[in-house]
Design a protein around this ligand. Sequence first.
Ligand code: MN
Length: 203
Amino acid sequence: MPHSADSPNPRPPAAPGDRLARRLRAMRKERAWSLDRAAAETGVSKAMLGQIERGESSPTVACLWKIATGFQCSLSGFLVEWEPQTSDALFRTADSVRDRPASDDMLVAPLFPFEKRFGFEWLELTLLPGYVRQSEPHAPGVTEHLAVVQGAMEVCLAGEWKALKAGEAVRFAGDRAHGYRNLNADKAVCHNLIHYAAPAGAA
Ligand code: MN
């Protein structure tokens, strides 16, 4: 099979808000969840979920994480339209990986969005100075791998902040409360590989 790369001139993608609106509606329908139920599962207000579903709101990354966690699904599924890729080699261009709007204090670039057969998503996270986030536990069995590639940051594990600088890495159970922060004057960039446990009964 030939190598494949992101097309250099893709047709203009649907507005992120539209894609997100469709995705959220579809996932809620799949689960037959009311807006009330979705609000209870995600901790995001019913009003906000309604706005997102109508394409009226562009949620922050923090809000998207809450939604993904409540639905027990990957974050990248909300960020990009992605079909499983079957080519032997898949090259990703810098631009296509990083077409996220830069209006957040955490920038997420999905290097490799979630695919079921691999069971992980691989994200590049940029934490701007002052970024602090405490994360709800992800779905049971989720394991996070974090490698700092630029600057320095801290992760909160079992209630304790641990420093990590470029070149250092950590693996931890993502199904417990954890946090990320950057109290430095410069941005921190890390790779975050999130592995999801195989669904029960999967081969
Ligand atoms: Mn996390």
